[in-house]
Design a protein around this ligand. Structure first.
Ligand SMILES: O=C(O)c1ccccc1NCC(=O)[C@H](O)[C@H](O)COP(=O)(O)O
Length: 391
């Protein structure tokens, strides 16, 4: 059971106020009833330009005003996300901004400055990485490389074809060196050799981890695999929070990209799916619970849904999650919309594959159980209990 969401009006933030006159420290606290009160304090500041000596618009420097704006946008994003049950918050831009009221400086102090779980930590780090990338190469410059990007391959078509060919779920085989939950999975990690072995073993598509810090992956790996002549369509396994990353993935040779519903509000998913379509990419929209599934089923244009059996906040893995999310009306809606469902994580044996196939998946995404094998291609035969290669 998840804790009930706190109501917006009962989420106290705490402001510490200190005098900004040097040498006269005077710390005390006031209570404030929510993020929007932050704006109203600022509004009061700006309204009081009538000569009252204590408050002045000039006291809010341009830089600080920008930080306030960023902070407010971030807070607004979190508020919208929370109404959709999203618990992963966005990183506060540069720490909470300072606010001035007369001689006082305000700084927001709450638990908003520390990630609450690993997924949130990954997202906050990604936010920094993306900001730095955009500074180095803004989207307008990045887009120029689109003309030279290799043509995309049909990711969903490859999964359907494999499903028809083998009578088993189409395999997305994951090229993953390490993960936060399992540590290093394979020391002698050659992404191209692993990709080739997967293709020989009958994988329909590959999933390539591109996050460096937490998964020891890279965009270089994605490019190396693409350029080595591996024909399987490639999923860029990233933590997408900004459309910029989708353009970058397309340029680096991805055929599909992951969008995680635990991180992205509905409107972002909808908008990102449109960008994917424009760029010729498939979007694998990942859910973990019923609420995320219901949200995603309400979003226009979704063709591929991944059910992750791993809870990315706690690392708990339970393959019956796939079955639970496909039961009853949800399964019916998925069938009517002709959505392909991918069972993800924790699949090790032919029985596991049979279990998720019985539940209704037409594809599976598998990492650990095959990447750890000395021959990952043979690992596929072990996973399915038979040779599914094309030969
Ligand atoms: O696996 C993790 O530790 C992890 C932590 C935080 C975010 C994502 C994470 N993993 C992504 C995945 O779910 C898996 O890479 C993928 O589904 C394959 O799972 P498996 O077959 O169990 O390696």
């Amino acid at each position: 059971m998840r804790p009930a969401l706190p109501s917006l009006t009962h989420r106290p933030n705490q402001f510490s106020i200190r005098r900004s006159i040097p040498g006269t420290p005077m710390d005390f606290h006031i209570r404030n009833s929510g993020p929007f009160a932050f704006s109203s304090i600022r509004a009061q500041q700006l309204e009081s330009k009538d000569g009252s000596a204590t408050v002045s618009e000039a006291a809010v420097s341009e830089e600080n005003a920008l930080k306030i704006k960023e902070w407010e946008v971030g807070m607004f994003h979190n508020e919208v996300a929370a109404t959709q049950g999203i618990r992963i918050r966005r990183r506060p831009p540069t720490g909470p901004p300072l606010h001035y009221v007369g001689p006082f400086e305000f700084r927001l102090q709450n638990e908003g400055n520390t990630p609450r779980n690993i997924l949130e930590e990954i997202i906050w780090n990604k936010d920094k990485e993306v900001s730095q990338s955009k500074e180095r190469r803004p989207l307008s410059s990045l887009k120029k490389y689109l003309d030279n990007a290799p043509p995309t391959r049909d990711f969903i078509g490859a999964l359907k074809a494999a499903n028809i060919r083998t009578g088993l779920p189409g395999l997305i085989a994951e090229v993953k060196k390490a993960s936060p939950s399992r540590g290093v999975l394979r020391e002698d990690f050659d992404p191209v050799e692993i990709g080739r072995a997967y293709e020989r073993g009958g994988a329909a598509c590959l999933s390539v981890l591109t996050d460096e810090k937490y998964f020891m992956g890279s965009f270089e790996n994605l490019q190396l695999i693409k350029n080595a002549g591996v024909k399987c369509p490639l999923l860029c396994k990233e933590f997408v929070i900004d459309a910029y990353q989708i353009y970058n993935a397309r340029i680096k040779g991805a055929d599909a990209i992951l969008l995680i519903a635990a991180v992205l509000p509905d409107l972002d998913i909808k908008y990102m799916i449109k960008i994917c379509k424009m760029l010729g990419l498939a979007a694998l929209v990942e859910v973990h619970d019923e609420r995320e599934m219901d949200r995603v089923l309400g979003i226009e244009g979704v063709e591929l849904i991944g059910i992750n059996n791993r809870n990315l906040e706690t690392f708990e893995v339970d393959i019956s999650n796939t079955k639970k999310l496909l039961e009853g009306e949800r399964g019916q809606r998925i069938h009517e919309k002709d959505i392909i469902v991918v069972g993800e994580s924790g699949l090790f044996t032919p029985d596991d594959i049979a279990f998720v196939q019985e539940a209704g998946v037409r594809a599976v995404l598998v990492g650990e159980s095959i990447v750890k094998q000395s021959d990952p291609g043979k690992g596929i035969t072990g996973l399915f209990g038979k040779d599914i290669s094309c030969s």
